[in-house]
Design a binder for this molecule. Structure first.
Ligand code: UDP
Ligand code: MN
Length: 261
């Protein structure tokens, strides 16, 4: 059987930091899968060098832009156009099955069991649970699917201006067709759940296997005091649980920063 891989994407140095922490967290939890990072031309040489030490494959991709700037502006997230680059992951046909993970995710347990799932598996989006969140998903690389996805983009665009809109449009039977393709929320636990449903977070949050720092403020938007081991900035304002934010930063400062020297 051909290899299986975790795949992420970083088009610039900021998201590259996220990819570094994600890669390190997967290694720390002893994944047996290959690690692939798709990078954009903007990623600097020093960042690429660090990514090379953590990932089996660092692959440069052309940044596709949705061109749907009206939608993007509407969502006040002009940066999301680049997430179309995500679709490139379907071209990794030297792998039989992959799990895509956003660069703003971090694993807190081994999640190799996700490879038992089929395309297209993903967890519900906390904002609109009949849609899946495209931060973590199981897929099968295929040039045919890639072509169809691009065709879908051209014809229908994206209802949210980003990859999540395209993918939900294309895999539109996800909500109803097969419950096995609904990943449990613990595989893509966005911190939003903490304040939208605190009792559930208290009950189930400790089972989380993947934390997703979804939203505008990312872990790397804060600063970290290495001596006091504290995150600086308005942590209360963070869309994420301060404990996970601290975990992200301690991983970054103890495992990633030394690689940069
Ligand atoms: N991404 C990137 N560069 C960007 C914006 C996004 O590489 O400028 C990638 C990165 O992997 C990121 C994913 O696209 O995790 C989705 O974007 P983001 O996580 O910011 O969206 P959110 O999860 O907050 O909706
Ligand atoms: Mn994300």
């Amino acid at each position: 059987m051909a290899d299986q891989a975790f795949v992420t994407l970083a088009t610039n140095d900021k998201y590259a930091k996220g990819a570094m922490v994600l890669g390190k967290s997967l290694r720390n939890h002893k994944t047996s899968k290959k690690l692939v990072v798709l990078i954009g031309a903007q990623v600097s040489e020093p960042s690429r060098a660090v990514l090379q030490t953590l990932y089996d494959e660092v692959r440069l991709v052309d940044v596709l832009d949705s061109g749907d700037t009206a939608h993007l502006v509407m969502m006040k997230r002009p940066d999301l156009g680049v997430t179309f680059t995500k679709l490139h992951c379907w071209t990794l046909t030297h792998y039989s099955k992959c799990v895509f993970m956003d660069a703003d995710t971090m694993v807190v347990a081994n999640i190799d069991e996700l490879f038992d799932r089929e395309e297209f598996s993903a967890a519900p989006d906390p904002g609109w649970p009949d849609c899946f969140n495209s931060g973590v998903f199981v897929f099968r690389p295929s040039n045919e699917t890639y072509g169809k996805l691009l065709e879908y983009c051209t014809e229908h665009g994206s209802f949210d201006g980003g990859d999540q809109g395209v993918l939900n449009g294309y895999f539109s039977d996800w909500a109803t067709a097969d419950i096995r393709k609904h990943l449990p929320f613990i595989y893509n636990m966005s911190s939003i759940a903490i304040y939208t449903y605190l009792p559930a977070f208290k009950q189930y949050g400790t089972n989380a296997k993947v934390v997703h720092f979804l939203g505008k403020t990312k872990p790397w938007s804060y600063t970290y005091d290495t001596n006091q081991r504290r995150v600086r900035g308005n942590v209360q304002e963070a869309s994420s649980h301060p404990g996970y934010l601290l975990e992200w930063w301690s991983l970054y400062s103890s495992c990633v920063l030394p690689l940069k020297q």
